[in-house]
Design a protein around this ligand. Structure first.
Ligand code: G3H
Ligand code: 13P
Ligand code: ZN
Length: 312
């Protein structure tokens, strides 16, 4: 089937009590690993591209890689989504360039300005059959070139969500409930806890409306250990506990964004390979096990965290 929007996917996920995985893609091996796992597990999937990914790999290469996955995996629905679109022009370029979904992230702007920018993107996107994710609240961590200090992050204010959604016409809403971008989400020694009270309050005010969670990597400790064992230095890298994400997936959360975990799997595997085979220099030899480990990690997310296996 051709690329789809997330409309139908989210409706089924909402009703079925599971979430769709949204995985960031930057190169061929990552696209292959994610879509092969989804194909084998019969899972719908969102492949998302950030501004940084477009700068790194080029828009056309990424679109063509995703189109190749669509051809190779005709039995699963695939969405091509812009992650953290910073402005109208970037969203327009992706809408004109074959994406079926865009995120406009004006969450750092004042409320009224966020509404204004989001509404402009929604008007253009809907006129072209594309859906829009928007964001209210600020996550800590690094997203694209923007670094938000933990102290400056703010939870979504539930009392704002109805006005925001009705005035913008957005199709899904990313909210801030304690997740954050990157590999250092919680202080070592503290107990990671998402604000389910904020989520449930938003859910109550927006019945049937799809909620999105960014910054939802769990930072698998086996890969952090692998990185540290083979020459890396990532002390205190901690993510969101997977049982809390599973709980979120059962609620109005229909899309869960996972990027850092895949990067950790890739980096750990390649570091280990180089240490164990110092004489090797063929990229295919070290990218092959990296791709295989990303695929198994994605399979685990689909089955044990998102619950979207068998839903394609
Ligand atoms: O939230 C950001 C995503 O993890 C993408 O990261 O900007 O390094 O491509 P990136
Ligand atoms: P992580 O850094 O937790 O993987 O978050 C990814 C994300 O939110 C992409 O938009
Ligand atoms: Zn994000």
């Amino acid at each position: 089937m051709p690329l789809v929007t997330s409309k139908e996917m989210f409706k089924k996920a909402y009703e079925g009590g599971y979430a769709i995985g949204a995985f960031n893609v930057n190169n061929m091996e990552i696209v292959q690993a994610i879509t092969e796992a989804c194909k084998e597990e019969k899972a719908p999937v969102i492949l998302q591209v950030s501004k940084g990914a477009r700068a790194y790999a080029n828009h056309t290469y990424l679109v063509k890689l995703v189109e190749a996955a669509v051809i190779e995996c005709p039995e699963i629905p695939i969405v091509l989504h812009l992650d953290h679109g910073p402005d109208f022009e970037t969203c327009k370029s992706c809408i004109d360039g074959g994406f079926t979904s865009v995120m406009i992230d004006a969450s750092s702007k004042p409320f009224a300005e966020n509404i204004e920018i989001t509404r402009k993107v929604v008007e253009y996107a809907h006129a072209h059959g594309v859906v829009v994710e928007a964001e209210l609240g600020t996550l800590a961590g690094i997203e694209d070139e923007v670094k938000v200090e933990a102290g400056l992050a703010s939870y979504t204010r539930p009392e704002e969500v109805e006005e925001f959604v009705s005035k913008t016409g957005c199709d899904s809403l990313a909210i801030a409930i304690g997740t954050s971008h990157g590999a250092y989400k919680f202080k070592p020694g503290t107990k990671p806890q998402l604000r389910f009270d904020v989520l449930h309050e938003c859910e109550k005010r927006l019945p049937g409306f799809p909620i999105v969670l960014h910054g939802s990597s769990s930072v698998p400790q086996n890969y952090v250990a692998m990185i540290n064992e083979f020459g890396g230095a990532m002390p205190g890298a901690i993510g969101v506990p997977e049982d809390q994400l599973r709980e979120a997936a059962r609620s109005a959360v229909c899309k869960i964004n996972i990027d850092s975990d895949l990067r950790l799997a890739m980096t750990g595997t390649i570091r280990k390979f180089f240490c164990e085979h110092p004489d090797k220099f063929d990229p295919r030899e070290y990218l092959k096990p990296a791709r295989a480990n990303i695929k198994e990690l994605v399979r685990h997310k689909l089955v044990d965290v998102l619950g979207c296996n068998g839903k394609a």
